[in-house]
Design a protein around this ligand. Structure first.
Ligand SMILES: Nc1ncnc2c1ncn2[C@@H]1O[C@H](COP(=O)(O)OP(=O)(O)OP(=O)(O)O)[C@@H](O)[C@H]1O
Ligand SMILES: [Mg+2]
Length: 338
């Protein structure tokens, strides 16, 4: 279990993490989501004592990282894929970490096998691809067989087979009762890997919920209704507070009411129901909606003219102009200067 309490971290005038509190439970994979610059890496670094909190604190099983008697056996972290000396061979890098952490060096070959690097263990890590470096970082995190694991964008650079492998690894670590906290920008992947997510924006907590609740709470989750008597049921749906749109294909999209309520209203109206389906938002749609006011580095208009002229629309959608942004949504400022 990881507990973050009122964590605040400033870099000069910039508040990277702002009074952030949440728990990460054991036995499940918890995703850590937020736009670029939201404060995810800073939070993870603070949890493992690499950054000093200005206020608040983070505890691992009730103890601050610096108070852990055998930190590598209690928490494993992958924060930076290429955090090794490039001239060191993969096996030697892990052996050095094992010695420093008082972990038997026999564990090195075990973790190399787990991450699929046994065949390249004798190669200098400086020549590793990003995906290989991520695997070596995961091996380092697993060295002490710790009950708590933190991964900062671990699937970045992994090939499709590697992504599936990382997902299965994280889920099996969680199934063993460990605490697994993983940041990612790949929403479809997170939806498959994690069951709970912490969402932050501009250093503040936006959501701490199950993926199911986040998706069901999205205004993009809707109900598709098909009836030969739409005129009977539409007024009742609107009177019940639903937003109703007729699709070109004859179906009706209802937002703001769950499928059972829509079905009941159709029944009361005497309208036959030919189709009644809940259309769930994707985690990506829900994430965009949740964080639309907290995007610091939203894309501006793409350049026009030149080779792309005619191939792209004059103005590409930005985070706040995208179709899911509600009218009057807060406008994200442009890139911040540091
Ligand atoms: N060492 C530092 N010095 C100055 N500012 C920093 C430092 N580390 C982080 N920041 C700032 O703190 C904010 C949060 O950065 P952080 O790296 O934690 O975000 P993030 O959520 O991990 O983003 P990303 O998704 O891009 O990895 C950013 O504005 C960043 O510029
Ligand atoms: Mg980061």
């Amino acid at each position: 279990m990881i507990e973050v309490r009122h964590l605040t971290k400033r870099f000069g005038a910039k508040i990277a993490v702002d009074d952030l509190s949440f728990n990460v439970r054991s036995g499940t994979v918890t995703g850590f989501l937020g736009p670029n610059g939201a404060g995810k890496t800073t939070t993870l670094r603070t949890i493992v004592g690499l950054a000093h909190a200005d206020q608040g604190d983070a505890r691992i099983d009730g103890v601050a990282y610096r108070g852990l008697p055998a930190p590598m056996r209690q928490v494993g972290a992958l924060l930076e894929a290429k955090a090794y000396h490039p001239g060191r061979r993969a096996r030697d890098h892990l052996r050095a970490l094992a010695v420093a952490g008082r972990i038997p060096t026999s564990r090195v070959d075990e973790v190399l096998g787990i991450v699929g690097l046994s065949d390249v263990a004798g190669r200098r890590a400086g020549g590793f691809s990003l995906g290989m470096a991520q695997r070596l970082g995961i091996a380092a995190a697993l060295l002490g067989d710790p009950p708590v694991l933190l991964f900062d964008e671990p699937v970045n650079g992994l090939d499709p087979e590697g992504i599936v492998w990382a997902r299965n690894l994280m889920q099996s670590l969680a199934a063993q009762g460990r605490t697994v906290f993983v940041s990612s920008h790949l929403m479809s992947e997170m939806a498959l890997t994690a069951s709970h997510v912490i969402v932050i924006g501009r250093g503040r907590l936006i959501a701490d919920s199950s993926i199911e609740d986040i998706v069901n709470g999205s205004s993009r989750t809707s109900v598709r209704l098909r009836t030969p008597e739409p005129e009977l049921v539409l007024p009742r749906l609107e009177a019940a507070g639903a937003v109703v749109a007729r699709n070109g294909d004859g179906a009706i999209t209802v937002t703001g009411l769950a499928a059972p309520a829509v079905g009941d209203l159709a029944f009361q109206a005497g309208a036959p129901v030919h189709e009644l389906v809940t259309v769930q938002a994707s985690l990506e749609e829900a994430f965009m909606e949740l964080t639309q006011g907290a995007v610091e580095f939203g894309a501006g208009a793409a350049p026009t003219g030149g080779a792309l002229a005619g191939a792209a629309p004059a103005t590409w959608p930005t985070a706040t102009q995208a179709p899911w942004a509600s009218p009057g949504a807060q406008t994200a400022p442009g890139p911040e200067e540091h």
